[in-house]
Design a protein around this ligand. Sequence first.
Ligand code: ADP
Ligand code: MG
Length: 663
Amino acid sequence: MFPFRHIDKTSIRTIAEITPQTEYILLAGIITGIELTGEKRSKRLTAILTDKTGTLELTWFQGINWIQKSLLPGTPYLVYGKPGFFMGKPQLTHPELEPFQPQSAETRNFLEPVYPSTEKLKARGLSGRSIGKLTYNLFGILTEKEIPENLPVSICNRFNFPSRWEAYRNIHFPADPEAYEAALHRLKFEEFFMAQIRLGLIKSSRHRFSKGFVFEKVGSLFNEFYAHHLPFSLTGAQKRVLKEIRKDIGSGRQMNRLLQGDVGSGKTIVALMSMLIAADNGFQSCLMAPTEILAHQHFESLSVLLKGIPVTVQLLTGSTRSAKRKKTLESAISGDLNILIGTHALIEKDVKFQKLGLAIVDEQHRFGVAQRARLWEKSNTVPHVLVMTATPIPRTLAMTAYGDLDSSIMDEMPPGRQPILTVHRMEDSRPQVMEFIRKEIKLGRQAYIIFPLIEESETLNYENLMKGYENVKAWFPEPKYWISMVHGKMKAKQKEENMQRFVKCETQIMVSTTVIEVGVNVPNASVMVIESAEKFGLSQLHQLRGRVGRGAEKSYCILLTGNKVSREAKERLGILCATNDGFKIAEKDLEIRGPGDIEGTRQSGALNFKLANILTDRPLLEDARAETEKLLDIDPELELPEHGALKKFLQSGQGKNPWSKIS
Ligand code: ADP
Ligand code: MG
C-alpha cells in the first residue's frame, strides 16, 4: 500500500499564521481551558489552545469522554489539523494531539504519509493512521538487504534513479517533496519496466521454443488464386503483412500475430490468402467471426472469390441445421474440409479437425482470451493464430496489454477510396438530412440509419428502434422506397433475409441497431446516419462509419443528436468529423474514456499498475519499453552478471501482474 498524499509536520507554525487558505498546520501550545456544552447528541467539547501569538478553539463532537479525561490543562501539546473558520474565527475540529516537550523540540524530519483505508480495514483496527504507524515501524526494521536493487545499474545511473530501497523509504517518508517525486518516478518506471520485460521474455521464449507447423511452400492454390482470381492488386500494406505472415508460418514456430487494420483496409483478403497457403501445405483453417451476419458474409464473399479454386469451404453457426451441421463436422474431422467459417459455434467441444493448422479470429475485440484459447485446443500442436482487429489499439495499450504478441499493421487503404465526409447535425436539421438521403437514393445509392443500443433495457431498445423505423417509413413510404430492418431480437434467418435484400439493393435503407457494427460490406451504401450519436463511444462510431465509403462513390456520415448536447459530446463528435484515421481516434478515445473502459483490453488487470498510469505516464512507459528492448537484444535470457539481480527478482514472481502469462 502506498500513501496517497503527505502532510507536512516538519515545522511548528503559529496560531497567528492561520488564514482561510491554510491547508494543514502543526502548532505547539498550552491547553488553557476546557468546556463541555450541549446535551446528549449535540454534546461537544471545546478546548482553548494558546501559543505566544494567540488562542485557538479546538472542538470535538465524538470521543468526548476519553478526550476530556486525557487532556491536561496547563500542559504543552503538539496539535495538528485542518483549520476551519467559524464566525470569522479559526478553529480546529478533531485535531491530532500529542504531549510536547518544548526542551527537546523534536519535530519530524520527514513528511508524514496519509494512507487510504477502507471500512473493512477500519473495522479491524487499521485506519489510515495505524497503517502509517505500522509502515513507520516496518522501516525501522527493514534494511537495504530486504529491498535490494532490481534494475541494472546502468539504467539507474542513466535515469538518475534513487536506489530501490531509498525509493521505497521515500515514497512513504520523504524528507521533502522532491525526494518523494524522485521515488515515485523510479517506482513507476520499475513497474512499467518489469511488466515490459516479462512480456518481452514471453515473446522471445515463444519465438525460441514454441513449436509450430511448418508451412514451407506457397503452392498451386495460392498461386492460382493470386494469378487469376484476385479481383484487384494488393495494397503495399497487404503485401507486407502477407510477407510477415509467411515468414512466421514457415519458421517452424507457432505464429501468434495481431493484425491491426482500420475498417476497410482489406483484412479479409489477407486472411483468405493465408488460408490458401495452409491448404497448399495440407492443413485446414478456420475463420471465426463475432456475429452470424458477419460469418455469413465472410462465407458468401469467400465462396465467390474462391470459385474455380479447388478448396472446400463450409459455414457453421448457432443456427446451422443439425443435418447440415453433422455433415460439416464429419468433413472437418475427415479432412475433406479445407476452410471452416463460423461464429462461436466453432469453439464448441464437438467441433474437431483432422489437421487444423491456422485459426483466424476476425474483429478480435468481441472475443475474450479464454474463447480464443479454446480454439488452440482443437489440435495437439497449437495452430498458427492470426487475430484481426479493426479497432486500432492505441500504442500504449498495444505495449502493455498486447506486448507479448507479434503485431502487423495495415495502415494503407485500397486505392480509389474517397474520404468519408462526416458532419454533426442536430434534430432541427432532420428534414434536410432526410432530403439528403432521398437525393442519394435517387442517384442509386443506399443508406444506413443506426439507432443506439440502450444498455438498461431490451424493451426500450426495441421500442426506440420501432419508433425510429416508423418515422423513417413516414419519410420514405412504400412502394417507392423499401426499408430493411435488423435488430438483436430477430431470428438469425430473418436477419439474414433483411440483410440480403439490402445487399442485393432491393431495399434502399437499412434501419438497424449496432448489430451492423462490424464487418458488413455493402459497397453501394453511401450514407450512414447515426441517431443519438452522443450515446456511442468514439471507436464504435468509427466502426459504424466504416460501413460506408467502401465503393468508389463519395460517402457521408451524419451524426445526429438532439438540439442540446453537452460540450464534451460536441468535442467528441468533432474529433470524428475531423479525422478518418482509426489510429488517431483510438488514441483520443483512450484519452477520453481512460484505459479501464476500452473494449478489447484483454483482461482488465492488464492495465492495473499500482502507481503508474499508462496515459499520464506515457513518456515513462516509452522509456521503459525502449530500455527493455535494448536489454533483451543484448541479453535475451538474462545471463549477464549485471542482469542477475533483475533475473532473480523476476524469478521470485514479485511485483507480478496476474496477467503476465496470456497466450
Ligand atoms: P476490413 O479490413 O474492414 O475487413 P475488407 O476486407 O472487408 O475490409 O475490405 C473492404 C473492401 O475493400 C472490400 O470490398 C474488398 O473487396 C476491398 N478491397 C480489399 N483489398 C483491396 C485492394 N487491394 N484493392 C481494392 N479493393 C480492395
Ligand atoms: Mg472485416
